[in-house]
Every structure is written in structure tokens, then in C-alpha cells.
Design a protein around this ligand. Sequence first.
Ligand code: 5GP
Ligand code: MN
Length: 323
Amino acid sequence: MNDLKDVAWELYDAESIIISGHVMPDGDSIGSTLGLGLALEKIGKKITFTSPHPIPEIYKFLPGAERIHHGLPDGVYDTFVVLDCSVPDRLGDEVVSLLDRDIKVINIDHHQVEKPFAHVSYIDSKAASTGEIIFDLLKNMRINLDVDIATNLYTAIVTDTGSFKYEGTAPGTHRKAAALLEYGVNGARISKMLFDEKPIEVFKVLENALPTLNVSECGKVAWINFDWEARQKTGAKDEHTEELVDYPRRIKGVEVALLFRELSPGVVKVSMRSNYYVDVSRVASEFGGGGHKRASGCVLKGDISEVQKQVISAALEAVKRRV
Ligand code: 5GP
Ligand code: MN
């Protein structure tokens, strides 16, 4: 494991940098990508922003969002920065090919990284968001922030902490958010856009998914489904289904919540959340996925009801063992 100074030196040395976050990008992935890139431009670096998947509508207000390519843009780069992404798989089929080029790879993340894949890795699994690490990095590099950079980093922090509600939220998280607000970030507006306003599709998704909400006999595992048929019926995109996992999670007494989403026929993405004691990153890793203690996921191939059976049984087992 390297320290932030190593990352800083690599970035000082770089000239042409491509930055990417993970598949199905969230606010942390996008905000960190833009926050870092816009800051590095201030010290004269040539920056290309990309994302394995398109940017969800709700993040298009972020300064610089219109500059993010989708997939692998043509170009010559000397450095590839991978943010908020702990495994090459989560870079998607096209962006991942940058790892085969003869260029410097830097990984900055707050997920547990099992097998480092970069030349320089800075992993802080105590950080509640990658955005916080970028904040520290920019301070370390003595790059002055501005309202655009701060808006991106604030969004990264506020989304990955669920508006400062999740367990990983530390005093330092609030201090960094406060420092970012000093640059003129409109925190209230961002929260309204991200957590309050919803496109109509979200309500159509809810109407279809809520009837599938189910709780185990013991009352500690709950799940909800959004299968391919429901997806086609509603015309919903991934971004409209992300919050479904909060419904089983919010049932009183439930410890593990599961969302089963069919991404394409026979390909099921499972989102896992826990409330108090189960480490769902361990449950996800049984199925080739990963993540954090309280939020993790994996992608499985097979019939959705078969996938459900396997994952629910693993979740019940974890609850029983209290791990
Ligand atoms: P979500 O359920 O919101 O997609 O993901 C929650 C967390 O689980 C993410 O922050 C990420 O750390 C992790 N995660 C989700 N899907 C996968 C996956 O397919 N593989 C791995 N390694 N981690 C995942
Ligand atoms: Mn993150």
C-alpha cells in the first residue's frame, strides 16, 4: 500500500491522464472523477474523463459532467486513474483494456481491495467515500479548490454517506463537507436534487416492485425483486431502480436486505445491505462480488428465482452466525 504522497508524485509527473470510476456509476464515482480531473487541470494536466456506463440523469448537473465519455475514447495517455473501483471487472469490457497498455495505473479507493491491480494503490477502507480521499489528496498536492471542484467532491461525500446517515460517517467526513461548503457549494440544492426530487419512472418502478417485497420467517432477511419483465414494462433504467433495496432494509427487525435486479435476461445483479451486525461484503464475496460491511453486491447468471434461493439462504446463514 502506498501513501498519498506517492499518488501525488505520480500525478505531478503525469502529462496526459485518463480517469474512470466504476460500472453503474454513482455520485461518489462520478463526483470523485470530476473533482480530481478538474483540479489536475488547474496544474496544467491534460485530462480525459470516462465512465464504463453512461452518467445517470440526476448527476448531469455536476460541473464537467458533459465532458465524461462513455467507454474507451481514442487517445494516448501516460496515466490511468481508477477511482472508487476495487476490481478490474467493475471497469467494464472497454475501459478495462487500458490496464493492458504500457501506462501508469493509479487506484484510489475506499473499498477493500483483495488483489491490487495498479502500480500505485491508495486504499483507505475507513473513508466513507472516495471523494474524501480526493479531498485529502488535493490538499496534499496544494491545489486550490473552487466551487466546481467542491460541488463534485461534496456530491461524492453526500451520496456515499447517504446524506451523512451511514455508519462510516466520521467527524472528519463532516469537517471535509464543511470545508467544501465554504467554497460556495449549494448543499441544500444538491440534497433536494439527489434525495428529494425523483423522476416519474422511480414511482412506476416502485409500483411494480413493492408487491414482490418479502420477509423471511425469522423476520431478519427481506428482499425485493425487479425482473426483466418489470423492466420492460416500465422502461426503467438502472438508475431508477437503485433505491429499491431501501424498502426491505427499512423494515423494523430486518438485518439483511436484498434487491434482485435482472440486468438482462438471466443476468441478476444482487444488492445487499445490512443494518447492524452482518458483514454483507462477506456474503457477496461467496458469490464473486464484494463491497463494504453494510453495502455490497454481486452479479450472478441464472434464473432469478434460483439466484434468489441461493443468496437468501446465504443471508439467513450469516444472520444465524451473526457475522
Ligand atoms: P450497489 O448495491 O449499490 O450496486 O453496490 C453497493 C456496493 O457493493 C458498491 O459500493 C460496491 O462496493 C459493491 N458492489 C456492488 N456490486 C458489486 C460487484 O458486482 N462486485 C464487487 N466486487 N462489488 C460490488
Ligand atoms: Mn464509493
